[in-house]
Design a protein around this ligand. Sequence first.
Ligand SMILES: [Ca+2]
Length: 119
Amino acid sequence: MCSDELTKTAASFQKMLYVIFQYLQITFLEFDVESSSGGSCYDFVRVYDGTSEAAHTFWPSEICGLTIPDTITASSSDGLYVYFFSDGIIGRSGFVAMLSTTDMPGVPPGKAMGRPIEY
Ligand SMILES: [Ca+2]
């Protein structure tokens, strides 16, 4: 088990997060990403269940607004891919997310290694 924190506000970014022999989790602690009054997203976050945009996303589409999303756990050891888009007009406070890992079933103690990197 290890953890770290990911904070993002203004700029758009794409990051691949991965660990070895563990499942990566991302828990949003704060969330304020610009949406329209009708609920569509001007800025948004996507989290892919894998290490590229070819993987499935965890939400139907982009997520934005003020509601803190549920904790996400990767379905495999591949990792997670976080994409944050800002349209460059009107920035909200963004989000703060805690990165952590859980052990995979069947992996011997001591075999799990790595930590979330490259964010
Ligand atoms: Ca914006």
